[in-house]
Design a protein around this ligand. Sequence first.
Ligand SMILES: *[C@@H]1O[C@H](CO)[C@@H](O)[C@H](O)[C@H]1NC(C)=O
Ligand SMILES: *[C@@H]1O[C@H](CO)[C@@H](O)[C@H](O)[C@H]1NC(C)=O
Length: 240
Amino acid sequence: MEHQVFSIFLLALMVQGTFCATFTFKNNCQYTVWPATLTGGGQPQLSSTGFQLITGANQSINTPAGWSGRFWARTGCTDKGRFTCTTADCGSGQLGCNGAAGAPPASLAEFTLNGGGSHNQDFYDISLVDGFNLPMSVTPLGRSSCKSTACGANINSVCPPVLSLKSDGRTISCKSACVAFNQPQYCCSGEFATPDKCHPTNYSRIFKNACPQAYSYAYDDRSSTFTCSSGANYIITFCP
Ligand SMILES: *[C@@H]1O[C@H](CO)[C@@H](O)[C@H](O)[C@H]1NC(C)=O
Ligand SMILES: *[C@@H]1O[C@H](CO)[C@@H](O)[C@H](O)[C@H]1NC(C)=O
């Protein structure tokens, strides 16, 4: 009995402490980006929910064990009394998003750490389900068996006019068909709310062709989700 209690204590210690992860955000874009973090599942937000990264710079953030949430980057931000961005703005009016999500379209890196049956797997993906604003990649560190995933293409340059969000005549982000048209067949909602009913469309294929590893619609195939044994750290690169 005592042994069992001790084992549970050890397990709790491992889940709580040992498997925290460090995420390093790196900006390889020719322009400044403003990364943002959003913790899911009603858990506390991370130590930073938004920061600036000039070209070539990097910044690291630690996450607790069992963390789940998303990362993205805002572009074209200015602070004229109120902080706003031309893409993926979170509406906080500040550098930090403080628990708010970015407005679509936004390329997302999504994570669930310490998931699966024995809590020893990290799950991650790049999602274009809410559209695309800039290329990004996820690279696990210190685990040779874990794969990187990326959307390295600039989808803004192949975005059809009906999905394009423009600024000064230039496409700055590309909406998904769900965001643009809000129809069940594109959003996998209503009578299309199951994987066998919701299929790729000519719009989602534009995203999939450009970025085969990324989610192009809500029930995209399993090739879009990646796993790594927990304990890895990750590099999130913008414009890899
Ligand atoms: C982050 O920046 C520091 C300081 O410039 C540099 O030494 C380090 O190698 C960079 N890390 C990555 C992962 O690029
Ligand atoms: C996609 O299909 C719809 C309906 O069939 C059509 O109206 C639209 O022009 C197509 N879009 C593209 C990008 O091919």
